[in-house]
Design a binder for this molecule. Structure first.
Ligand code: 2AM
Length: 177
């Protein structure tokens, strides 16, 4: 039997950012309104890969080695609630071209590695809480500019106390000029 690991590419914030954003989320979410994502798990998925074996993992890393992208600023300025998956999220009203480009490169590269890609359009979002029964109704939007200069490949690990994510490798943006 081939041993598989659940992988995804993501923008991975610094721990201080994760803590600050988790604190913001816990202030905004009504008590009992849902299950907050722990600070250390906060991230923005670029591409969900799913379960793959060691060979495909190696191929995905080699594919990511070949991706070139410039640093960009992602303005997080929009909160949303998806009723069906009961997810409360934070995201950007404008997705920078550089982010679209990075996601497009990862999707194309993953396809070349034989990975099936979710056909739905990419929606940049950071899940703040799950199983949300009462999302905040009105949020005085505090926008935050996230300076993105790297992305990561993560492994999702399920434990009796919940899921956690282990970074396997990081890739840096290329500064121009
Ligand atoms: P979510 O936050 O909207 O649930 C790790 O599971 C990450 O991959 C999560 O950020 C999750 O997004 C995202 N993801 C996208 N498609 C997924 C899928 N089919 N199964 C699990 N996670 C998925």
């Amino acid at each position: 039997m081939i041993r598989t690991e659940r992988l995804f590419f993501a923008l991975w914030p610094e721990p201080e950012q994760q803590k600050a954003w988790a604190a913001m989320a816990s202030e905004l979410l009504p008590a009992g309104g849902g299950r907050l994502v722990p600070a250390a798990n906060l991230h923005m998925t670029l591409l969900y890969i799913g379960g793959v074996g060691a060979e495909q993992c190696k191929a995905l890393k080699a594919m990511a080695d070949g991706i070139s992208f410039s640093p960009f600023v992602l303005r997080l300025d929009k909160f949303g609630y998806w009723r069906k998956p009961r997810v409360w999220w934070w995201g950007a009203s404008q997705t920078p071209e550089a982010l679209h480009g990075l996601v497009g490169s990862l999707q194309a590269g993953a396809r070349r590695c034989g990975i099936g890609i979710d056909p739905r359009p990419y929606k940049a979002h950071m899940t703040l809480a799950r199983k949300v029964v009462r999302a905040p109704e009105q949020v005085d939007i505090q926008s935050c500019d996230w300076a993105v200069d790297h992305f990561a490949l993560l492994r999702s690990v399920s434990t009796p106390t919940g899921v956690h994510y282990e970074p396997l490798q990081y890739w840096s943006a290329q500064q121009k000029g």
